[in-house]
Design a protein around this ligand. Structure first.
Ligand code: SAM
Ligand code: SF4
Length: 331
């Protein structure tokens, strides 16, 4: 029987996000500040060997979905090599990556060949001026080329993550839906979360997924797609006229989905995080580097999972933003 990792709120943990670097070549203002970021020293970052050792233990306990993320995962040397090793772990059912796609156009095929199943590309605007405003870079054509290359390489379904911020890119939601239809993409609109390093988050900047869905549906009528699993974060909709692609809404602020959360995270510097909004981290790197046995690692992981928070507190008056932000945690 496949083992099951269960937390103390009876949630089954099946999904591990592995951050391979805290560094990034973009400066999305909702994630990193424009000023110089202080990167973790290289010696503190887990080696691929260490990542594989931990991933093997997680997978042996029933984690069957792995996602490689960052920072920007494609700036770490030979991430394809890591993907290939993760793909060959027995028990991995799904292997995905989240990337800004800056380096994807000529590497999508190689990633697919290495064993990557799916890819999620972050793209917040379809116009060069606003893309630059949001990312601090002027690379929209590169990202679009990356999307096309991912489709061509068969990294299906190619998902596009769009963080929506009121007054900045919310008017482009129907244009994103048009792109989903044209290219057969799964576009997912994400509510802006208080996980930004620059501390610019304000509730008024959040556009609810429901508001966006209504706006899109007034242009392209939508039909609900049934969730494949209760742990699915996006509420998904396809086009009523049968056009390819779909839109989804990830609403952590207005419709929290903590009750079905199946995720944990391993940061680039070797900390387990049991929630995006955790205010504590669990240092598995020190244990690993002190020569821990497999049994030691298993005990640590089981004890850590048991501490997974019941829910986030974004909507509580006493909410405290975690010290480490999205690019360090691994979104
Ligand atoms: N650099 C890669 C990328 O951008 O796709 C991977 C890491 S990034 C931290 C992962 C995802 O987190 C991206 O889709 C990004 O848009 C999202 N993200 C970052 N900060 C966020 C915030 N404050 N609220 C909501 N989503 C955020
Ligand atoms: Fe970099 Fe991704 Fe954060 Fe943008 S969202 S700054 S691409 S880590």
């Amino acid at each position: 029987m496949t083992p099951v990792l269960r937390d103390s709120h009876n949630r089954v943990i099946r999904d591990l996000r592995i951050s391979v670097t805290d560094r990034c070549n973009y400066r999305c203002f909702y994630c990193m500040p424009k000023e110089a970021m202080e990167w973790r020293p290289r010696a503190e970052i887990l080696s691929y060997e260490e990542i594989i050792r931990l991933a093997e233990v997680f997978v042996s306990f029933g984690i069957d979905k792995l996602r490689v993320t960052g920072g920007e995962p494609m700036i770490r040397r030979d991430v394809e090599g890591l993907v290939a090793r993760l793909a060959s772990l027995p028990g991995v059912g799904d292997l995905a990556m989240t990337t800004n796609a800056h380096f994807l156009a000529d590497r999508a095929r190689g990633l697919k060949e290495a064993g990557l199943r799916r890819i999620t590309i972050s793209l917040d605007s379809l116009t060069p001026d606003r893309f630059a405003l949001m990312t601090g870079r002027s690379d929209l054509p590169r990202v679009m080329a990356g999307i096309d290359a991912a489709v061509e390489a068969g990294l299906f379904p190619v998902k596009v993550n769009c963080v929506v911020i009121r007054g900045i890119n919310d008017d482009q939601a129907p244009d994103f839906a048009a792109m989903a239809r044209e290219k057969g993409l799964h576009v997912r609109f994400i509510e802006f979360m208080p996980l930004d390093n620059g501390k610019v988050w304000r509730r008024e900047m959040v556009v609810s997924g429901e508001e966006l869905r209504e706006r899109i549906a007034s242009v392209y009528p939508l039909e609900r797609v049934a969730a494949e699993s209760p742990a699915e974060t996006a509420r998904r909709w396809c086009f009523a006229d049968g056009a390819p692609g779909e839109v989804g809404f990830i609403n952590p602020v207005t419709q929290p989905f903590c009750g079905h959360c199946s995720r944990i995270r391993l940061t680039a510097d070797g900390m387990i995080r049991t929630c995006l909004f955790s205010t504590v981290e669990h240092d598995i790197k020190s244990l690993l580097r002190a020569g821990a046995s497999r049994d030691d690692l298993v005990s640590f992981i089981l004890a850590t999972i048991a501490k997974k928070e019941e829910r986030h507190h974004i909507n509580d008056r006493d909410f405290v933003q975690p010290l480490r932000t999205m690019s360090c945690i691994g979104g």
